[in-house]
Write a protein that binds this ligand. Structure first.
Ligand SMILES: CC(C)(COP(=O)(O)OP(=O)(O)OC[C@H]1O[C@@H](n2cnc3c(N)ncnc32)[C@H](O)[C@@H]1OP(=O)(O)O)[C@@H](O)C(=O)NCCC(=O)NCCS
Length: 175
């Protein structure tokens, strides 16, 4: 298990099987899924399987989505982190992608940006990845705002799974 990362208000750590209730609260909310496929989960078993998949990413690639936990209350508020993507997306394959998904009551407090900054720092200075990528539904303004605050730059718009998506990139200045 990797060492957790601490920020001002958050603990970022690998996802645990005990996060299942928070994960279900997150993914059963249709508002959370508006720009990520519109298929909220209906059974907590799906969240259990999702966690197993996230944990498999750690084993396969040494990285993946991590739980974001509020320092003050120790509650699971969502996930973020660096995923290694082996599928081909927008003519890229085998790349590192930054992503985030938070329980709705925790939106609008800057947590996604705070976690994102810490993960970029980790990716560039600890993992030493050459570049980070991200993509979002073209209309997902909240997500695009975070990417821009994190310093990623818009590259192009492309079609993926029948949606128009925007592609962003940030090069590691140190490699
Ligand atoms: C995308 C998502 C993570 C964005 O969450 P968010 O809470 O809007 O993003 P941030 O954490 O960066 O918060 C930003 C807001 O917090 C406000 N804020 C409040 N307190 C703050 C603080 N202490 N520090 C920084 N910002 C703060 C900011 O002003 C900003 O509001 P604004 O956008 O109106 O200017 C969230 O909407 C989500 O989980 N959506 C569903 C899943 C999804 O679409 N994921 C992305 C797929 S590509």
């Amino acid at each position: 298990m990797k060492e957790p990362i601490e920020t001002n208000r958050l603990i970022l750590r690998e996802v645990l099987s005990t996060d299942v209730e928070g994960m279900f609260e997150l993914d059963s909310n249709p508002n959370v899924h508006i720009y990520i496929g519109k298929k909220p989960v209906v059974d907590i078993e799906e969240s259990r399987n999702y966690i197993v998949n996230l944990q498999q990413q750690y084993k396969d690639h040494g990285t993946g989505r991590w739980a974001v936990v509020l320092k003050e209350t120790n509650e699971f508020i969502g996930w973020s982190g660096i995923k290694f993507i082996t599928d081909e997306i927008n003519n890229h394959k085998d790349f590192y992608e930054i992503g985030y998904r938070f329980i709705e009551k925790h939106w609008g407090k800057g947590y996604a940006t705070e976690a994102g900054k810490a993960f970029i720092d980790y990716a560039f200075n600890v993992m030493k990845v050459e570049a980070l990528y991200a993509y979002a539904d073209e209309g997902n303004d909240n997500s695009r705002k975070i990417l821009e605050k994190l310093g990623l730059q818009y590259v192009n718009t492309f079609e993926h799974e029948e949606e128009m998506e925007v592609w962003y990139k940030l090069k590691n200045p140190n490699v």
